[in-house]
Design a protein. Sequence first.
Lengths: 388, 385
Amino acid sequence: MGIPYSYSFRNLWTRRLTTLLTASGMGLVVFVFAATLMLAEGLQQTLVQTGSFDNVVVLRKAANSEVQSGVERGQAALVESQPEVAIGSDGKPLLAKELVVLINLKKRDGNKPANVVIRGVNAVSLKLRPAIRLKEGRMPREGSAEVIAGASIARRFKGGGLGETLRFGMRDWRVVGVFDAGSTGFSSEIWGDVDQMMQAFRRQVYSSIIFRLRDSSGFDAFKARIEGDPRLTVEAKRETRYYLDQSESMAKFLRILGLVLTIVFSIGAVIGATITMYAAVANRVTEIGTLRALGFQRRSILSAFIMEALLLGLCGGMLGVGGASFMQLITISTMNWASFSELAFSFALTFGIVWKSLLFSVVMGFIGGALPAVRASRMNIVEALRAT
Amino acid sequence: MFIIKYVLRNLFRHKLRFILTVVGIAVAVLAFGLLRTLVGLWYSGAEHASDTRLVTRNAISLIFPLPVSYLERIRGVPGVNAISYGNWFGGVYIDEKNFFANYAVEPRTYLNLYPEFVLPPKEKNDFLLDRKGCVVGQRLASTYGWKVGDLITLKGTIFPGQWEFALRGIFKGAEKATEERMLLFHWDYLNESVRQSVPRRADQVGFYIIGVKKPELAPEVSLAVDTMFKNSLAETLTETEKAFQMGFVSMTEAIMVAIQIVSYMVIAIIMVVAANTMAMTARERIGEYATLKTLGFKTGHLAGLIFGESVAISVLGGMLGVAATFPAAVWIESELAQYFPYFSVSAETLLLELLCALVVGVVSGIFPTWRGATIRIADGLKRIG
């Protein structure tokens, strides 16, 4: 017969302070572990949500981002005439030729400069991105120097708020509206009329062409045709794929960083657990002797102490995950290397991260508790009973 | 004297626990030191920037070019000593994972402005004479096993096509901190090709590097340059190389701040572990403390005893951690040279490491001391186990 589970649990409860200290040590490690995973996840979610599966982005060959890309007007017209492009209710193709450039803006706090994406759009652009809603103000009038700013730009950058003006390309641009794009990358962009922008920036070419597919399965045929067309020097990606690529390097960096940090930190927490469990064993030598004398097997003692260590780890894990879940309230903004521009994103907690963190904490508890449990199970009955 | 002896004896009463705690603190202190150094490295590019060099770029943002015709006008600004120009090329070597900086520059003036790129005279001459030539840093060359004379092909992401360069020289950094993962080639080569393929993009440069006579002239010169091009089609923004680099650094600052927070978190973790150890120790010895009190020892003595022990443990751990920092830094420098060309730990970091260890010791002693000091003798003696 095994020792009841409540034995392990009550032992932890009796030593509340020690349990709490050890668990919070592990909790901090789990917190770091979960927080870095959440950050990478948040970044990826933001960029993946930015794209929609039925939209296609056409860029110049070998350009990794819209900013680097350039599509000549003639080529843009060729893409527009492809049969896969969906037609809107007004009979016009659901296709937007956009201009994407970066401008240097200063943050409201600290005056630090950052690269902000500014996108020249036309009327269709908004239809292609259903996530975007106008929050305040109105849409810019076509042919005027008016822009709308994403919510996260309006909040954090000088000149980005409603009614303020931005100066670039020798003109002043009035922010007439603020749009909310949920947790997508568009929240970190500024939009204006594409023709006005091209003139202001002296650009003769578009950056990218975005269109909705008439039929989602038509993508491969479209891609094969335009990439094989000798008149075109462009490549096509599904919008989801395009934004996933944008997040790849940064998310990988965050994940590796998080992994290295937590491995190092977990050494400290495991040592803490080992000390606690050794002390738990040392304080209970007589008790263990009694249990053995009552007829409990060595195996039962071993599993009771391992169980105690696992419970300890689980406590730590729950503390850590609980703390980390509050991080979801925080929004981080940093430069995404792939697009060279500012991007705001939040920590995102997923079920996968929760169970990974809990598993990680239980493993830490197990490693910390294994040796002390072995020691407990190996005790000689007579000597243990004699110990004072 | 007696107290010191007592503390020492106490330390070794639980050898295993003592060793584990010391190792734990050592690991934490080591991690703290390495993280701090990592954050420092992030800023090192800006710290090693020359204060007699200015960078002029398009005021809108870095992705917009400036006409090459600005060259002579900037050269005429009083205080300007030398001027060079170039483009961020953004070429990819075989795969995007092999990232390194590559610039198209006007080689003669550029190398004069950057004396920290040390190139053997013959190789330098070869490079200057070969329009399709390029030079790379020592570290980059050894990463990919390039030798002088090799052909290097880059895939252009900003300037489409496959670009072939002949490696004419390998430069070494004058200092350890000099960036060596870099490829430089002739701006003329880029410009000629672009003129043929996309004429509207020709004769444009990404940035000008201006050398000023004295650092004090920097503000005047940058103001003069920017005023000259005010309200033109391509307005300029001129700042010192340091400010320019800091601009880059600050864009990814959020991540560095996170690493900094995390580096203090590791200290917090180990503080909890050490406090736990001391709390356990004190609980086991409550009876002893009561006995000592009975014998007439005051609270001060007890405090000395407990603090002495916790500080001794953590300072020992701290010293071990500091000692381990050096071999760890050397290891990182040799094994991870690709990412961290140099990894030198500053004296300030070492001092902070020790300070952290000390704080851990003091903090972890507080609770046990309070317990020992406030317990009533009778209660302490009554307590079992």
